[in-house]
Design a protein around this ligand. Structure first.
Ligand code: GRE
Length: 331
């Protein structure tokens, strides 16, 4: 299929190559290739895009990124540097490349202001954050964006009419020590990423973020970070037990997924799973994505283009849903 849109596509700053190599060492069997590809924002990836029928790519800063920086001033300076850098890089290709803002999530007003600046000045399509913000003098605090003090951020997101992509990051500090240290092969795609993001996303639901901001839109990668597979059970417990015990969410988990969440195929190229997710959250809320360079265009695009599905769903998932959500017009 031509003109596909992809939106979980990572880049990194060349000046932070040491950190990129450390991350690549955890997740890539070819750290050289990974580092070269992730630091290239235009040439290599536009060649792949052309070859595999991708029309528009939304770039975002790789995990753990600014969410790993527990000094608030340093985090804010890095976010601004990254946003200015990617804006400059993609400027010559407005009909092929866009970006999600990188945000320091230490302070809700500051995050809202940087989101507004980048959407208004650079035309960014929303923001992508890597799960919780590390904070505190020793990096042992974890800022969740599901508390009422984050309302100003959600309000700004809604006013700008852009989505927030909630992307995973690695467990750190005490969480790493106590839960994951002796189970390191489960860090990342096999388990820890989905555990972190699903906790955070369901925290937003149960803490009323979408009751207070019914128009807020959150994107989850990797076919929904396990939540669609547990939809029946979550719904059963929220509706039949927890609400009777005082949970005051206004709607059901299925309604929040129909009104506030989007799910991408990033790094999850299984037709069986896609069909299940379509059944649970509908093809109107699924967006094709690759997860480059952690995954390849070849694997993602060849899978999607050959997966059995009706033409209407292929067009929606492959590009039309994204064009609507991100207001891409005729890119
Ligand atoms: C990602 O950022 O999506 C990612 C990683 C590391 C491994 C796999 C993956 O950062 O999808």
């Amino acid at each position: 299929m031509l003109g596909k849109v992809i939106l979980e596509e990572a880049f990194a700053l060349p000046r932070l190559e040491e950190k990129t190599k450390w991350w690549a060492g955890l997740f890539s069997t070819d750290a050289e290739r990974h580092t070269k590809e992730i630091q290239d924002l235009t040439d290599i990836r536009l060649k792949y895009a052309h070859h595999y029928g991708v029309g528009y790519t939304v770039l975002s800063y790789t995990a753990p990124g600014v969410q790993d920086i527990f000094d608030p001033k340093e985090a804010q300076a890095l976010a601004v540097e990254i946003n200015d850098y990617v804006a400059e890089q993609i400027k010559p290709f407005p009909d092929r490349l866009g970006a999600f803002a990188t945000l320091s999530m230490h302070n809700p007003q500051e995050a809202a202001d940087e989101l507004k600046r980048t959407v208004e000045k650079y035309g960014f399509k929303g923001a992508l954050v890597n799960d919780t913000q590390r904070a505190g003098a020793d990096g042992e605090d974890y800022v969740f964006y599901d508390q009422p003090e984050w309302d100003i951020f959600w309000q700004t997101l809604v006013e700008l009419d852009v989505p927030l992509y909630l992307h995973p990051r690695n467990p750190t500090g005490i969480v790493f020590e106590k839960l994951w240290k002796d189970r390191q092969w489960l860090i990342g795609p096999p388990l820890s990423f989905a555990v972190g993001v699903s906790l955070h996303a369901l925290g937003m639901v149960t803490n009323g973020v979408f009751d207070r901001h019914p128009k807020a839109q959150v994107i989850l990668g990797h076919l929904g970070e396990h939540i669609p597979f547990d939809m029946w059970r979550i719904n059963h417990w929220f509706e039949d037990r927890k609400k009777k015990l005082g949970l005051d969410c206004k709607k059901t988990i299925r309604e929040y997924f129909n009104e506030n969440f989007w799910v991408t195929t990033s790094g999850h190229f299984s037709t069986t799973t896609l069909n299940f997710v379509k059944d649970q959250v509908s093809a109107d809320r699924i967006l094709f994505s690759v997860d480059y360079p952690f995954e390849t265009f070849e694997d993602g695009c060849n899978w999607f283009d050959n997966a059995e599905m009706n033409t209407g769903d292929r067009l929606k998932i492959g590009r039309e849903n994204a064009k609507g959500l991100l207001k891409l017009g005729d890119y």
